[in-house]
Design a binder for this molecule. Sequence first.
Ligand code: ZN
Length: 219
Amino acid sequence: MYQHTNIENQNIPLPLGKVVCVGRNYAEHAKELGNEVPDAPILFIKPATAVVSLEHGFAIPQHKGNVHHEAEIALLISQDASQILAENAWSHVSHVSVALDLTLRDVQSKLKEKSHPWEIAKAFDGACPLGKWVHKDAISDLNNIAIELYKNGEQKQKGDSTQMITPIPELIAYMSNIFTLKAGDVILTGTPAGVGPLENGDGLLAKLDGQYEFPSKVI
Ligand code: ZN
């Protein structure tokens, strides 16, 4: 069972809720998939059943086509947020981490062709490996959070929150005007360019803020 835990291995006493995600929040990533840059955030939700710990390795769906990694900055909501303003957004967040927005890319492409929702491609069990939480006060600059992903020793993704089309405070405010964000909910903030397929046995290393490392593997 997944439980929110910080990098000191202490439990964070908040219940895991929904995971609210944004698509195409980095222009370079929208481009690499041949998508237009949206004029408002594209939101979708992964249920709590999608979340697994990143730390011990995770399984990917078999025989369902390509499974892509999307490394993303994750935020832990610590105080309920409904219809909040961007200037107050960080006061509703206690911790930052990395998550993988695992995506069945071939399945998603077919859904997109038919203009169908993406849940089947993004909300399956295990679709959200999530790292341990770093307190936001331990992040060097909340306005410029760096994220990297290495696969089998090779850097695949690199970006930072200054490249986001909708910056974190505005994104949280926007989400809170559609869904009430509950303490224990998680926000995924979109992926930088460099997404690609995962195979069984791949070794992964995600880095946050250039200083926190999250090793994992596909088991
Ligand atoms: Zn994503």
